[in-house]
Design a protein around this ligand. Structure first.
Ligand SMILES: [Zn+2]
Length: 329
């Protein structure tokens, strides 16, 4: 992203479990960062208070004052309107309804603030500094507890009528599938996320399937997570391998939809579940190739996200800088 390397931006990546705050420059360099726990059960006022504390710690570490910062960019989970700065609702932040998150932070920090959906922020991070540099049309997906996405068309996040576009995790894959947090049935993330993988494993174990998964979870059904299933699969457990293959299958069905609709040049894949690697993605790419138009599938490249846990915080900061420039020009 263009800009003076001396310019500083404060980026915030608000997640359902953690808050990551960083002082960055327009080249994507992180000068300081602070991570803390999101006190989600305590409600939005406590969470905003934690964001402000984290921001001040990051500023202190970089030895800069808030007056040295050009703007603040906040990425947050859920349905967000970047124009109004309102967070409508969030499956990761229970009880949040129509919260003026942007204006509240702007008022408390005394600095121009911008708000963007967390997956859209991560897409922008990858666009400016990561795996999508140099592309104009790509889709970013993050596969973890849910599936988030960001759609970049001609170098800009596609935001839709109220800024809520890119909710790829909630496209219907199975009209009779499991109930989703959003209220719908059979959404992509109910079939191809880490949560879906763990849920299916518990279901099979309860049904009496022979597997070592429960041993890797110390005999505790609550501890059957995607990571445990990955461990078991890597040690050769056949149910774990089958379940990861099944998750990859559903991942591929959704990818085929995105490929046919957007004809992207690139799909960047991030999020914790993508760390499983080939065991998950080989079946996904195979199914996507079988289901999408051949010519359209041949035109798409796949890449792993390049910024790790920093894609959201860097993208939120880049969004703030991009919007500052847009408002000035
Ligand atoms: Zn849904």
């Amino acid at each position: 992203m263009s800009g003076n390397a001396d310019d500083l931006i404060l980026g915030v990546d608000l997640g359902g479990t953690k808050i990551l705050t960083a002082v960055t420059n327009p080249l994507g360099k992180i000068l300081s960062s602070d991570q803390s726990i999101t006190p989600a059960p305590k409600g939005h006022e406590a969470v905003i208070h934690s964001i402000l504390e984290s921001a001040h710690r990051a500023l202190g570490q970089a030895d800069v004052a808030i007056s040295d910062i050009i703007a603040v960019g906040v990425g947050a989970p859920g349905l967000i309107n970047p124009e109004t700065g309102i967070l409508f609702t969030s499956p990761n932040l229970p009880g949040w309804r129509d919260i003026p998150l942007r204006d509240t932070i702007q008022e408390k920090l005394g600095k121009k603030t911008f708000l963007i959906n967390d997956a859209n922020a991560a897409a922008l991070g990858e666009f400016y500094f990561g795996a999508a540099r140099g592309t104009r049309n790509f889709i970013y997906i993050t596969i973890s507890t849910g599936i988030g996405g960001g759609i970049v068309i001609d170098g800009k996040i596609y935001s839709g009528a109220i800024g809520a576009a890119g909710e790829v995790g909630h496209m219907t894959i199975d009209d009779d599938g499991p109930i989703c947090n959003c209220g719908n049935r059979g959404c992509w993330e109910t079939l191809a996320s880490g949560t879906a993988l763990a849920r299916e494993a518990r279901h099979r174990i309860e049904g009496g399937m022979r597997t070592s998964i429960l041993e890797y979870a110390e005999g505790d059904m609550e501890k059957v997570t995607a990571l445990v299933i990955q461990d078991a699969a890597e040690k050769g457990d056949s149910l774990a391998k089958e379940l990861i293959g099944r998750t990859g299958y559903y991942l591929g069905v959704g990818l085929a939809n995105l490929i046919n609709i957007f004809n992207p040049e690139l799909i960047v894949i991030g999020g914790g579940l993508s760390n499983i690697g080939n065991m998950l993605l080989d079946p996904a790419f195979k199914v996507a190739g079988e289901r999408a138009y051949k010519q359209v599938f041949q035109a798409v490249r796949f890449a792993y996200a390049g910024l790790g846990r920093n894609s959201g915080v860097l993208g939120a900061a880049a969004f703030a800088l991009q919007e500052m420039k847009r408002q000035i020009s």
